[in-house]
Design a protein around this ligand. Structure first.
Ligand code: BDR
Ligand code: CA
Length: 309
């Protein structure tokens, strides 16, 4: 049975490979919705269209919100480069964004694929929150929400305790986590345990496919930043690991269901994912939190993608 997805992204390198992974694995990507985040909003749209041109796939790209619901935020060009794929600024040559707004497209697609639609949020949750505020019935129509975001053990990347996607728009995240969606969350401090180390990086370099060359080009900046500043032993793949889990949930080695809430004060712990491990609050579990993955299975999916063409 065909699976139908919306990808919501703040298009940098790992968002792009996530899009490719879904398409390569036969998933019908009904829309790409763009949200504020990693780099300038305009460049996020450009990157999405440019990436689609690279694989020759005309998926509709809907611009959504270019800012969080309430709070100010900052983009992270130091992490992904000015262009989100390093410092190069790319432009699409033929594809154009839709004029319809992302929140309207999300509501319409939720209607069209009611009970089947899956939402891959590899980005702040503003667009989904706006769609939900417009039409609360999408909770029952969207089958699954896959979230790259938050932390399992309070080890963040944008503040000591907060992960970037949730930190950018903690108000949107609070709405979404408490709305009743079926959520699987892949935390940042789990992701850091599964980097592409030097050995794997060199293996990819030696593959010499068009896709492996593209991969090396778009990830080089992120890799250098992460190894130097985040002390990770290679390139992290927050979005691509989340996407791989969405494609093949057998990649999950260990997960648990908990009630998760979001700290949305403008304070020291802004954007922290507060996980009720011990069920102290006696609230219904709203999130499957992923703690460990089968790294080998993820690598199989990645290398398969790099062999595509
Ligand atoms: C997440 O934030 C963004 O910088 C990445 O694209 C990823 O979605 C990691 O914290
Ligand atoms: Ca992202």
């Amino acid at each position: 049975m065909t699976r139908h997805f919306i990808i919501d992204c703040d298009t940098a390198e790992d968002d792009i490979m996530s899009l490719f992974a879904l398409i390569k694995n036969g998933i019908s990507v009904e829309a790409l919705t763009i949200v504020e985040g990693n780099i300038s909003y305009e460049q996020e749209i450009n990157n999405a269209l440019w990436a689609l041109e690279f694989i020759g796939k005309d998926v509709k790209v809907y611009p959504g919100s270019d800012r969080p619901l309430v709070k100010p935020f900052r983009s992270v060009e130091e992490v992904h480069g000015k262009g989100g794929i390093g410092d190069e600024i790319v432009r699409p040559s033929k594809f154009k964004p839709e004029s319809k707004k992302a929140m309207d497209a999300i509501v319409e697609l939720a209607d069209r694929y009611a009970g089947e639609l899956e939402f891959l949020a590899i980005s702040p949750l503003t667009n989904l929150a706006l769609a939900y505020l417009k039409d609360k019935s999408i909770v029952d129509k969207i089958k699954k929400v896959w979230v790259m975001g938050g932390t399992a053990w309070g080890r963040g990347n944008i503040t000591p305790v907060a992960e970037y996607n949730i930190w950018v728009d903690p108000d949107a995240a609070k709405i979404i986590f408490n709305a009743g969606f079926d959520i699987t969350m892949v935390p940042w401090d789990v992701i850091v345990n599964y980097p592409i180390d030097d050995g794997l990086w060199n293996k990819i370099k030696d593959m010499n496919t068009k896709m492996s060359q593209f991969y090396i080009k778009i990830y080089s900046h992120y890799r250098e930043y992460s190894m130097k500043n985040e002390k990770i032993g290679g390139t992290p793949h927050p979005d691509l690991i989340t996407t791989s889990i969405a494609i093949d949930r057998g990649i999950i080695k260990k997960s648990d269901k908990h009630y998760v809430d979001i700290e949305n004060c403008d304070c020291l712990t802004r954007g922290m994912t507060v996980i009720d491990y011990l069920d102290l609050w006696k609230k219904k579990a709203n999130t499957e939190v992923v703690y460990e993955i089968h790294f080998g299975r993820f690598l199989d999916l990645l290398f398969d993608l790099l062999k595509w063409f």
